[in-house]
Each structure stands twice: as structure tokens, then as C-alpha cells.
Design a binder for this molecule. Structure first.
Ligand code: UD1
Length: 340
């Protein structure tokens, strides 16, 4: 049985990926500092899969503990999710973001090198494209000036990985650039757990439907889009999770075409904020109280993925319909709020 180290494995995407890995027969070791996730997520993973991942609680910036982790487990590959991810927070705490997101990657790669662990999947973001000149955006599109320290950490991290692989060709990595992950596992046993007021659209929608928030604010209806609200490519988190398993397997089986590859993970279809609200209402029968307000600073107008490379090379496709995905988000919200 191969062992996959999942950093940030109690987080939103990490926990869904841990489930997919276990279901495909991998042994999972999670390391997480629980800064933005809860230990109970392990119960959810166990309830779904019947297996409890090994768990280590510490910060990957801690060199000694990370070195100890590599001594304790025989790791075959890494999926590196662990990072701070709140855009607004990164503007007010840039040093924490640069320190945490980059130092943890550096320490991890030093240990890959020292322990001959050759493969790492890296959690990147479509934020590296900024507002692309052409849509759908392909992996060849240039990266644009990042709009936040968080965005920069993803760009710089990709550069750190590329430079390291150039110098150490025995190592390999696949960077996965996520569009907007949403939804929860169909069991509703794991899902997204935003701390405080959600910054992302779908958790705000589900909390509004649950009565936790009074009103959703739609940030802008004067964009150059059919209904005036901004467009994103919303991808089901379980579809996204599956792509990580495919990427790990690709490297472990030596099927990667170069030692650094990157793929867009999206559906290829854009949806506007208003379309999301209406699709949610349609899928769940819940009315969403909303109002149009000014644009949010730092938001781009529209982005959606060209998914051909991922579809063809990885043989993977995000095919869960938007309504099904939104329903899983609602089922999860209902479960954590005890709504029947
Ligand atoms: C944001 C980040 C992105 C990051 C991702 C992580 C920005 C500019 N981008 O993406 O870098 O990788 O989160 O999940 O912050 N919206 C509303 N009302 C709300 C919340 C959102 O109208 O209460 C709108 C936004 O204006 C946007 C869309 O919904 O048009 C999606 O927003 P969000 O879920 O925050 O994701 P992004 O901004 O695309």
C-alpha cells in the first residue's frame, strides 16, 4: 500500500481528497496545524471510508518536526494543501502569509530532497491568471500581477517549485490550478467550515438560506457580463479531489511528460453570481434574500477554465451538474446547523 502525505488534510479540499485517496486504496498521513480546521474532520473521514488517516498536528514551518515526520513514515508522494487562504486577511497580514505559505513549502521540498520522496502535487489557484486577456483561460496564459499577498504566495510557490525541479531533476511536481471549489461530500459528513463571516460566495449563500445571515450582498451588477454580475467557474469539490488522486498516480507510475506539469481544474463553464443564486433556489427550494451592492475591491470580472489539457492528459473531467453540487452544499449546511 502506498502512503500519501496530505498536508492541510483536515481542511476543506484536503479532507475531500483524503477520502478519495483512501477509497482508491492509499494509506493517508495528514499533517495539519488546525489553524483553520478542526480535528473532528478525521471522524467524518473515518465515517465515510471506514479508515482513520494517521494524523500529526504541527506546523510545517517547524523544521525539526517535519524532519521527524519523514523519519516516522515511509512516504511515497505528497499532496501539499497546507496554506493560509483568506485574500482579505492576507492584505492586512502579509508577513504571516509569505512566511507560512512559502516557508512550509521550502521545508517540505528540503525533506523531499533529503528523503528521496520524488512526487508532490501542489495546490495552486486560478488567481495566478488575474483577469485573463482571453477566455476560457489556458495554462499557457501569462500570470498577471497578483491582487493580494495570498495570490503572490501561489505565484511565488509555483516559481520555487519550478526552480527546485530544474536544479533537482529527480524530483517532480504537478501544480493544480483550482477555479472556485464548492459543495460538500454527498454524505454531508465533511464540507467547508468557514471561520466567522464567510468571504466566499457559496458558504454565504447557504448560511443565508439557513438564516445565519440576513442577506447576501451581490458585489456588483455593472460588469460586462450578460446579467451584469461577475462570472466564475464553480467546480464540485469531490470532482476536484479526484483530480488529485489521478495526478499522484500519474507521477507514481512515471506517466508525467515532464517533471513539472500544471493543469487547470475547472468545469469549463462560467456562472454569474445571480445564476448561482437562482440555481441554488432551484436545486433546494430555498429562497435567498439578496441585494445588489457595489463591486468588491480586488475582484475580477470574469474567468473560466479551458479544461482540455486536464481532460486529455489526466483523463479527468469535472462532470457533476451545478444543481447537484449546490444541493450538497445545502445538505452540509443543514447538517451542521441541525436543520431538518
Ligand atoms: C477568491 C479569491 C481567490 C481564492 C478563492 C479561494 C478574491 C479576489 N479571490 O475567489 O484568489 O483562490 O477565493 O476560495 O478574493 N460574491 C458576492 N457576495 C459574497 C461573496 C462573493 O457577490 O458575499 C461574489 C464575488 O464578488 C465573486 C464571486 O461571488 O464575483 C465569487 O467570490 P468568492 O467565492 O469570494 O471567490 P473568488 O473571489 O472568485
Amino acid at each position: 500500500m502506498q502512503t500519501i502525505l496530505v498536508t492541510g488534510g483536515t481542511g476543506y479540499i484536503g479532507s475531500h481528497t483524503a477520502v478519495e485517496l483512501i477509497e482508491k486504496g492509499y494509506h493517508v498521513v495528514i499533517v495539519d496545524n488546525l489553524l483553520n480546521s478542526q480535528i473532528e474532520v478525521l471522524d467524518g473521514i473515518e465515517a465515510i471510508t471506514g479508515k482513520r488517516p494517521a494524523f500529526e498536528e504541527f506546523d510545517l514551518c517547524d523544521r525539526q518536526k517535519t524532519a521527524g515526520l519523514f523519519r516516522k513514515y515511509s512516504i511515497d508522494a505528497i499532496i501539499h494543501f497546507a496554506a493560509r487562504k483568506a485574500v482579505g486577511e492576507s492584505v492586512s497580514m502579509p508577513l504571516e502569509y509569505y512566511h507560512n505559505n512559502l516557508e512550509s513549502l521550502i521545508v517540505l521540498m528540503e525533506n523531499m530532497k533529503a528523503n528521496k520522496v520524488s512526487s508532490m502535487v501542489f495546490s495552486s489557484s486560478c488567481t495566478v491568471y488575474g483577469q485573463p486577456d482571453e477566455l476560457p483561460v489556458t495554462e499557457k496564459a501569462p500570470t498577471k500581477k497578483a491582487l493580494s499577498p495570498y495570490g503572490y504566495t501561489k505565484q511565488i510557490a509555483e516559481d520555487i517549485i519550478q526552480d527546485t525541479l530544474y536544479a533537482h531533476p529527480e524530483l517532480k511536481s504537478i501544480a493544480l490550478r483550482y477555479f472556485n471549489p464548492i459543495g460538500a461530500h454527498p454524505s454531508a459528513l465533511i464540507g467547508e467550515l468557514p471561520l466567522g463571516v464567510p468571504q466566499n460566495l457559496v458558504p454565504f449563500v447557504t448560511q443565508t438560506a439557513a438564516g445565519v445571515r440576513e442577506k447576501l450582498r451581490v458585489f456588483g451588477n455593472d460588469y460586462d457580463t450578460p446579467d451584469g454580475s461577475a462570472i466564475r467557474d464553480y467546480i464540485y469539490v469531490c470532482d476536484l479531489a479526484k483530480a488529485h488522486v489521478v495526478a499522484v498516480k500519474r507521477m507514481l507510475e512515471g506517466k508525467n511528460k515532464s517533471n513539472y506539469e500544471m493543469f487547470n481544474l475547472g468545469t469549463g463553464t462560467g456562472s454569474s453570481v445571480l445564476e448561482i443564486i437562482h440555481a441554488f433556489e432551484e436545486a433546494t427550494g430555498q429562497k435567498i434574500n439578496y441585494e445588489i451592492v457595489d463591486r468588491r475591491e480586488g475582484d475580477i470580472e470574469k474567468v473560466w477554465a479551458d479544461t482540455r489539457l486536464a481532460n486529455e492528459e489526466l483523463g479527468w473531467k469535472a462532470d457533476t451538474p451545478l444543481e447537484t453540487t449546490l444541493l450538497t452544499a445545502w445538505q452540509w449546511e443543514k447538517r451542521i446547523r441541525n436543520i431538518h
